[in-house]
Design a protein around this ligand. Structure first.
Ligand SMILES: Nc1ncnc2c1ncn2[C@@H]1O[C@H](COP(=O)(O)OP(=O)(O)OP(=O)(O)O)[C@@H](O)[C@H]1O
Ligand SMILES: [Mg+2]
Length: 225
């Protein structure tokens, strides 16, 4: 009989105290996400949503508690950037795109530290831009793009390494309703067709309806855990 697989993501009693300002951003957060789940983290501004995603991605460390990816604690993973690149795609709240680089260069950025940029990555990035409907802008600079187009560049970048987990921080936060629906349908398709686990942060109930399951955070705590 096969051994039971650990969940893709296990957030175990995570707290975060920012000593500067003495803000208790997260307080004893626990939940699990399995492969193929689409989860939304819903909560008001300042409730700790971005902090939680940064901790899950290993970009900041929790003050207490642990995050496990496929049963392995982040604190026991020797090369976190490598794990992050292979397993996690991050769609940042503020985009973090390089304005003077082209669309294609921005999508390829997660892989530039491997020195030689194999042709296969360029082809992959171009294919993703095609799927997201912005291939015609591939050679244009980011600062020539609309907000909705920039958001799709972020999604393409997050998908480059076929991550098992996508962390999407307010992916529709700066979009109009038509572009929001478009982005949410793209995420839904990624989830259904690739079985990618998606953790999407939002403060909008109409956005959280796209998820299979909602986790509500208020003042750094899960409501009705
Ligand atoms: N680097 C930091 N240093 C000190 N305090 C911080 C830091 N980052 C976040 N905080 C504080 O932690 C709390 C949670 O912030 P966070 O950015 O996680 O909220 P959020 O739910 O993502 O809000 P929003 O919906 O506005 O993006 C806030 O009170 C914020 O001021
Ligand atoms: Mg935030």
């Amino acid at each position: 009989m096969s051994k039971k697989q650990p969940p893709l993501l296990n957030v175990d009693r995570v707290s975060k105290l920012f000593t500067s300002g003495r803000t208790q951003a997260l307080n004893d957060i626990s939940f699990k996400a399995h492969q193929g789940e689409f989860l939304s983290i819903y909560g008001p501004s300042g409730s700790g949503k971005t902090t939680l995603l940064y901790i899950i991605a290993g970009l900041i460390r929790p003050s207490k508690g642990e995050v496990f990816i496929r049963g392995k604690s982040l604190s026991a993973i020797p090369n976190l950037p490598c794990m992050r690149r292979k397993t996690i795609g991050f769609i940042f709240q503020d985009f973090y795109l390089y304005p003077s680089f082209t669309v294609l260069e921005n999508v390829l950025l997660p892989n530039v530290n491997q020195f030689t940029l194999a042709k296969k990555w360029v082809i992959k990035a171009e294919t993703l831009l095609h799927q997201l409907g912005i291939h015609r802008k591939a050679r244009q600079n980011i600062n020539e793009l609309s907000c909705g187009e920039r958001q799709r560049v972020c999604i393409a970048r997050a998908l480059l390494n076929d991550p098992a987990l996508i962390l999407a921080d307010e992916p529709t936060g700066s979009l109009d309703s038509e572009n929001s629906i478009n982005v949410l349908e793209i995420l839904q398709k990624i989830n259904e067709q690739r079985n990618t686990t998606i953790l999407m942060v939002t403060h909008d109930t109409s956005v959280s309806k796209y998820a299979h399951r909602n986790i509500e955070i208020i003042d750094g705590k899960i409501r009705n855990p």
